[in-house]
Design a binder for this molecule. Structure first.
Ligand code: C2O
Ligand code: CU
Ligand code: CU
Length: 466
């Protein structure tokens, strides 16, 4: 008997080491459980204030069973805890750097003064501490945090530095949607990585990586290789982050199952949007609802990126509650175009080491644009990079310090799921995207392509709000 168990065990290990990729029968039992990140402890007893501590540290993690990789993480070996914030709350976040190199922490999508934004100017040297202080001024949303040191963002995120931020508010609490963290409301951080034969993470950029952004060969969700999550047969909410350096995900569920998108980068959409496919470029988030209620007990659903499986959902047991998803999720007041005091153009061009915005590459001591506090502007973002071969040279454009609305993509109204608040927008080759926004805080902020290899190569600029 022991021998049989051992043989099955070894079989399982082989199955793990890549065979599963080509397998067509999806043996669910072989997959690791989806890791659910911890929620970071708020050490301030005052309900209107929150104190958090994050430590950027080195770690070791077995992505591939029996092999250990050297990693970076926040308060752990890989990725970081979920930071839960409430609208109106006064927040202090202390960041300790226990890495052997300088880092920064940027709160992607969070509206904070430039001094708390954690961009490349806020380097924390090894052994040092940095404090971010701000009041949460925006509505409920799924945001994230990651390092932003000059020229090293791609590598540090790759090693594992990233985590989610949830902003909660009264309105979100009042909505009849799943919101039980880790029970019917799950974060899914999508990333792709390359491992060498010793199971180490490899970040060695070749020409294709510099051209199109890093493309891994192994897919991770919350840091696990093709994991499985058991859910109740009912309505389940997933908060998906494209946390990859360079990959754009084209997501769908097996059997082309319909799901409803309820939120984009900056919060809830006006109304749920029924979808079968979802494109997420690096940096973007989407919250979706999937109805498992009609699935057979014990059956499996797959989350796919094109032909590739990212993870498995096993439907088991009945959910306690049935939901009537509200048709009105949020009121999104359109920023009137007439209020715009200026239209600026941003042209993304070049490839590999020549990627640039408006003909320039990022310089720490150069402010590229100056805008006025609380004014409205339209930014016209164009992707002029020419693709070579069959791959598309996309550039997801991200702006710090704001949440914007997409006015048009090539002159046309954006699709329904992109009509809410955004901080990152995919700009396809040849496309022009117009966005409108108000600048709520003073300070120095970045705008850049969120393909981290492009950002590190200089596809970034700075604007100052005065
Ligand atoms: Cu998600 Cu400038 O970053
Ligand atoms: Cu950002
Ligand atoms: Cu780019």
């Amino acid at each position: 008997l022991i021998l049989i168990v051992a043989i099955i065990g070894i079989g399982g290990v082989f199955f793990y080491n890549g065979y599963v990729k080509k397998s067509t029968n999806h043996k669910a039992a072989q997959h690791p459980d989806l890791p659910i990140p911890a929620v970071l402890k708020d050490t301030n007893p005052d309900p209107n204030a929150a104190d958090f501590t994050l430590t950027a540290q080195q770690g070791k993690k077995a992505f591939i069973s029996g092999k250990t990789a050297a990693t970076y993480g926040y308060n752990g070996d890989y990725l970081g805890p979920v930071i839960r914030l409430k609208t109106g709350e006064k927040v202090n976040i202390t960041v300790k750097n226990k890495l052997p190199e300088a880092t920064t922490v940027h709160w992607h999508g969070l509206l904070v003064p430039g001094s708390a934004d954690g961009g490349p100017h806020s380097a924390i040297q090894p052994g040092k501490t940095w404090k971010a202080k701000f009041t949460v001024s925006q509505q409920a949303a799924t945001l994230w945090y990651h390092p932003h040191p000059m020229g090293k963002t791609g590598e540090q995120v790759y090693k594992g530095l990233a985590g989610l931020i949830y902003v909660d508010d009264k309105h979100a609490e009042s909505l009849d949607i799943p919101k039980d963290y880790g029970k019917n409301d799950f974060p899914l951080v999508l990333q792709d990585r390359r491992f060498n034969k010793n199971g180490q993470l490899v970040y060695k950029l070749n020409m294709t990586d510099e051209m199109y952004g890093f493309q891994g060969t192994t897919e991770l969700v919350n840091g696990a290789v093709k994991p499985q999550l058991t859910v109740r047969r009912g309505l389940v909410r997933f908060r998906i982050l494209n946390g990859a350096n360079g990959r754009t995900y084209n997501l769908h569920l097996s059997g082309n199952k319909t799901f409803a998108q309820i939120a984009s980068d900056g919060g809830f959409l006006k109304t749920p949007v029924q979808m079968k496919k979802l494109t997420l470029s690096p940096g973007e988030r989407a919250e979706i609802l999937v109805d498992f209620s009609k699935m057979k007990n014990g059956s499996t659903l797959r989350l796919q990126n094109g032909k590739e499986t990212l993870m498995y959902f096993k439907a088991k047991g009945k959910a306690k509650k049935t939901y009537k998803v509200p048709q009105n999720l949020a009121v999104i007041e359109k920023i009137p175009v007439q209020e715009a005091v200026k239209t600026r153009k941003f042209v993304m061009s070049g490839m590999g080491p020549n990627v640039r915005i408006n003909g320039k590459q990022m310089k720490m001591d150069r402010i590229d644009e100056t805008v006025h506090l609380n004014t409205v502007e339209i930014w016209e973002i164009q992707n002029q990079s020419t693709s070579m071969g069959t791959k598309k040279m996309v550039h997801p454009f991200h702006i710090h310090g704001v949440q914007f609305q997409i006015l048009s993509i090539n002159g046309k109204t954006p699709p329904a799921n992109e009509q809410g608040w955004k901080d990152t927008v995919l700009v396809n080759p040849g496309d022009t995207v117009k966005v409108i926004m108000r600048f709520p805080f003073k300070g120095i902020y970045m705008y850049h392509c969120h393909i981290l290899e492009h950002e590190d190569l200089g596809m970034m600029g700075q604007y100052e709000v005065k």
